[in-house]
Design a protein around this ligand. Structure first.
Ligand code: MRU
Length: 355
């Protein structure tokens, strides 16, 4: 069984409201770019690929309803700009916006009108995103599983992951959790350890939920137990997702990833980043250039609306951190293959192919 975070049929978009999981399964209707922006900002939908897909599909829904009038190019540009501002660290929405804008402008130039006469080509481009993402994730799952298993020819493996990178964070299958899914399908997954992922608890609420639903042998730990798990539980590899991988391989992902990579290095555990090429941003040289989103203090001071911190305390709540490429020792798993951080640029620009 695979969970469905995004339900789309031409003209209608529904998202599984992840704020209510794991206790309630409610699909919210997204009727406009405004609804899409709100769902992304409030994290009803989250995960870098899902943010981009829902953002763009919210635009497709409006275009199908005839919005945009006489100046479609302008309407599309403004909508994409607004959607991109909702969450700045994940590059997927910004990248999709740039590519879609290029496509839209080419269409309007080809027709030599300065305008896109019909929105159908733009809608078609957007609707293909769902299928592309699932296909890419399946390749990531397969490449990642083979790479990890090549280091342990006969054994089953124990994986540690962080945050949620599964069907809920993508169009389906997942990235890091897709690797876990592939290992499970091969009957080679001994156990998955998933971190709670404070402050927002994507691990406890979402990865645990997906793991139970999919029947993965899985154990939940707090973030502060990860180093101990590496020492005591025979972790074969750490596999995490990414919100942005830049040219030198530095990777922004859910806050807490950096300390996992340090602990993995100390324990000699290979550390992998699983990400589609749509999460890569070769325009930035190093992780220092990545803008890190800061989220409201309430995510730390309360859980599900129940206060847990002393009133009056100051709070710092960066949603992501950057793992330096030197700590990504296993490799970066993409739909093109598994690459060392130093090989990534060549791989993404077609100068290097996977073995
Ligand atoms: O704040 P979130 O829940 O959107 O953060 C999600 C992550 O950090 C994921 O690891 C990343 O987006 C990859 S999802 C395939």
């Amino acid at each position: 069984m695979t969970l469905e975070a995004i339900r789309y049929r031409p003209g209608s978009l529904q998202i599984l409201n992840q704020l209510l999981l794991p206790h309630e399964t409610v699909y919210d209707e997204i009727r406009s770019v405004r609804d899409g922006y709100e769902a992304i900002k409030s994290m009803k939908v989250r995960g870098a690929p899902a943010i981009a897909i829902v953002g763009c599909l919210s635009l497709a829904v409006e275009l199908r309803a005839g919005m945009g009038g006489n100046d479609l190019v302008c309407f599309i540009r403004d909508s994409l700009c607004h959607l991109t501002s909702a969450r700045p660290t994940a590059v997927n929405m910004g990248r999709a916006a740039r590519e879609l804008m290029e496509f839209t402008e080419n269409e309007s130039m080809e027709k030599n009108t300065g305008r896109v006469k019909s929105s159908s080509c733009v809608i078609g481009w957007i609707e293909e995103m769902l299928e592309r993402d699932v296909n890419d994730n399946k390749k990531i799952g397969n490449y990642g599983a083979q790479h990890i298993l090549s280091g342990v020819p006969r054994d089953s493996v124990t994986i540690l992951t962080h945050c949620n990178t599964g069907s809920l964070a993508t169009a389906g299958y997942g990235t890091a959790l897709g690797v876990v899914r592939s290992l499970h399908a091969l009957s080679r997954l001994k156990r998955l350890y998933c971190t709670e992922t404070r402050p927002y608890n994507q691990g406890a609420r979402l990865t645990a939920y997906e793991s139970v639903a999919e029947g993965f042998p899985a154990t939940l730990i707090t973030d502060s137990m990860a180093a101990l798990a590496m020492r005591e539980k025979g972790i074969t590899a750490v596999v995490v997702g990414a919100d942005r991988v830049v040219a030198n391989g530095d990777t922004a992902n859910k806050v807490g990833t950096y300390q996992l990579a340090i602990a993995a290095k100390h324990h000699g555990v290979p550390f992998y980043v699983a990400a589609p090429s749509t999460s890569c941003d070769l325009s930035l040289e190093s992780g220092r250039d990545i803008v890190i989103e800061e989220r409201p203090a309430e995510e730390l001071t309360s859980i599900n609306g129940v206060p847990v911190a002393a009133p009056g305390i100051d709070v710092w709540n960066p949603a992501f951190d950057v793992t330096p490429h030197q700590l990504i020792t296993g490799g970066i798993i993409t739909e093109l293959g598994v690459f060392l951080p130093s090989e990534l640029q060549a791989a993404l620009t077609g100068r290097l192919t996977a073995l």
